[in-house]
Design a protein around this ligand. Structure first.
Ligand code: L34
Length: 283
């Protein structure tokens, strides 16, 4: 039997904290953080995520602008828009929702955003900072994962952590953050041949592969902590990468989908927007 780490509850607490912080910023600077989200195309999942981001910003007392562009927009025009926002003193955070259409190079998009406005923490300079253990903007999903782990009050130091997935957005940065907390970190991925063996040794599993039911109960050590980053749609239903019902009988803590990592990603984004605001305004 396990405890469920509710991203819904935890993210609400964080959003309340941010709201109080924003009130203070408004007093001190006479302005509030402004996040600009760019959505290219009309993918329904992306639209629902950016809408949730916008709503969360507004509820926290921040300013939010959603710029929607047709998926026929050229790479050049998108980069020009980013450059314009980089120079706009009224904008503190810029986020281009991924994925972007194939004719646009996402690396160019990520590199174009000014480091101080990179609320996603995807810019190479922010990635390098995390890698070196220096101050920088942490990518929202791994940041949310670490907040969830810390909420369990279990020590991460010395634990065996298995990160399944090696994406730049989740797997790699999550591994770095776990390493920073002194876990012994293994990164597994689609070419890993001994997944079950590795999983059975893990005290912490972060599943970020994008395959429903990839982590089954027979792979999980009794008492392990399971963080499920998956967002898969199966017959119209949203499920994670973990066989939740079976795995929760073995895990000490487990995150649900929906209501787990997703809402934490949004709460962490708000925290990042405040951080960017301070980098720009508090000089
Ligand atoms: N640039 N692109 C950029 N930054 C990001 O941080 C993201 N990501 C990922 C996709 N592309 C991105 C997100 O925002 C994934 N992601 C994200 C954010 C929030 C949620 C899911 C993915 C979320 O709130 N999920 C809800 C359910 C929503 C639903 O029902 O569809 C949940 O409870 O998990």
């Amino acid at each position: 039997m396990s405890n469920i780490i509710s991203g819904k509850v935890l993210s609400k607490e964080i959003r309340e904290e941010v709201k109080v912080q924003v009130e203070g910023l408004k007093e001190k600077f006479n302005k509030v953080p402004h996040l600009v989200v760019i959505l290219v195309g009309d993918d329904p999942a992306s639209l629902s995520y950016v809408t949730a981001k916008e709503r969360a910003c507004l509820r926290a007392g921040m300013k939010s602008t959603l710029i929607r562009k047709d998926d026929s927009i050229t790479e050049e025009a998108l980069l020009a828009l980013i450059h314009e926002l980089n120079e706009d003193p009224d904008v503190h955070g810029i986020l281009v929702q991924l994925p972007v259409p194939k004719h646009i190079d996402d690396n160019k998009v990520i590199n174009a955003i000014k480091k101080e406005k990179d609320v996603d923490g995807f810019h190479p300079l922010n990635v390098a900072a995390v890698h070196l253990g220096q101050e920088g903007i942490l990518p929202a999903t791994p940041k949310g994962i670490m907040t969830m782990l810390k909420s369990t009050n279990t020590e991460i130091k010395g634990k065996q952590a298995l990160v399944i997935g090696r994406s730049n957005i989740v797997g790699k940065p999550a591994a770095m953050l776990l390493l920073k907390e002194h876990a012994t970190v293994t990164i597994a991925h689609s070419r890993t041949t001994n997944m079950k063996e590795l999983a059975l040794k893990a005290d912490i599993i972060v599943a970020a592969v994008g395959r429903a039911n990839m982590v089954t109960a027979d792979m999980v050590k009794e008492g392990a902590i399971i963080i499920d980053v998956g967002v898969n749609r199966v017959d119209g239903k949203l499920v994670g990468d973990v066989d939740f019902d079976a795995v929760k009988e073995k895990a000490s803590f487990i995150t649900p989908v929906p209501g787990g990592v997703g809402p934490m990603t949004i709460a962490s984004l708000l925290q990042n927007t405040v951080e960017c605001f301070l980098m720009i305004e508090d000089k």
